[in-house]
Design a protein around this ligand. Sequence first.
Ligand code: ATP
Length: 444
Amino acid sequence: MDLEKKELLEKISKLELENSGLRKRLEAFESPLSADSSKLQHTKIDEDFTLDEYKRYGRQMIVPSFGSRDGQVRLKHSKVLVIGAGGLGCPALLYLSAAGVGKIGIIDDDVVDTSNLHRQVLHTTDSVGIHKCESAKRYISRLNPHVQVETYPYRLTNSNAFDIINKYDVIMDCTDTPATRYLINDVSVLCSKPIVSASGLKTEGQLTILNFKNMGPCYRCFYPKPPKPETVTTCTDGGVIGPAIGLMGITMALEAIKLITGYYTKENFKPFLAQYSGYPQQTLRVFKMRNKQHDCAICSPSATITKEIITNNEIDYASFCGKVNTNILDSKYRVSVRDFHENNNPKSVLLDVRPPEQFQITKLPNSINISWDPILTKADNIDEYFPADFDKSKDEVYVLCRYGNDSQLAAKKLIEELGIRNVKDIKGGINKWSEEIDSKIPKY
Ligand SMILES: Nc1ncnc2c1ncn2[C@@H]1O[C@H](COP(=O)(O)OP(=O)(O)OP(=O)(O)O)[C@@H](O)[C@H]1O
């Protein structure tokens, strides 16, 4: 009876907690979308700006490279499309809207997740579960009500890309996959729109401007063929330090401002690639870009890709870029987290092949850690890592990683090259364990 009462009380307090979270999200929705307009000084000073706008933008208008009042007028009449309201898009959006870009389009199909908040700084804890574009719009409207924001809470695809991209003057590629980068490149080249493009991972980033007045290489000139999918590391896999990617997003905003205010001209613009590194010391190296590829499929005189080819879906960008093969091992060498949980023998070895940094975040009891790298590089003395009485020919080894891909590669290596016979991969890794067996093991 006591136990039942305890369970009921626990359930009630859990429901109360959930309710207060939901109430907060509702309040966030109901709060005014734009700033308190009584604080704006609406008095029109001239045909372009109000008193508020002169006060707001004065500090940037007086910087000579910015282009004075004309620069501000150009910004006010400009339209910028930000594709992806994530790690790059958020800081870019912050500075573009604060600077007074007239119209900003935001396209992103994703919703805010708690794991985004350390770097996607427009989104707040209250926005978790809300569409990123709506969350960004809410923030921008409060920051600068002079900016018109249009949101597209869906993916940019072959079918909608021309319509959307054509409406804007500058395209900001703040996405995270090669497939979308090729699509943005091809459509922007065909629509003659400059692209400010950046990427970032771990502690590093890079940035470039493509297709400005048809100068310099386009993304396809750089990468006529996509990188092999297994060589593409995302922030989910490799991690990312917020300020490092944030800096790339902010720099993207600066480059867009230089394009819009007319700082860059055909005469002074030199195609470049900037590479930033946050560790060990901050460095920014700027390289001159090589020329266009004379036979580029999209930007050369002999180009073969046309608007019709894209809109008729004759290019499938996702297949073009390939997918990582997630079924590396035969199913007889794989077990589910539940099977492992219910049936493993206490004498079996649980081998966690994640890097030590990840093993330190969370681990299953009684697991040993030999990260995937040492399995490859220290293969000769692999025995040292196993218990002294471990019998390679028969003792069970269960291999675990974060999602279940590296563990398959490691299991394959153990079986095929290191003579360990009884090896099983745990499907879905530690994140699946957290979902299905024990939610106290944090998912990351
Ligand atoms: N084709 C596309 N159309 C619209 N938005 C896109 C497209 N491709 C990528 N994006 C968006 O670009 C953003 C990139 O952000 P970021 O690189 O910070 O990754 P993320 O997906 O938010 O984070 P994580 O990798 O940690 O899950 C994401 O919000 C993603 O939804």
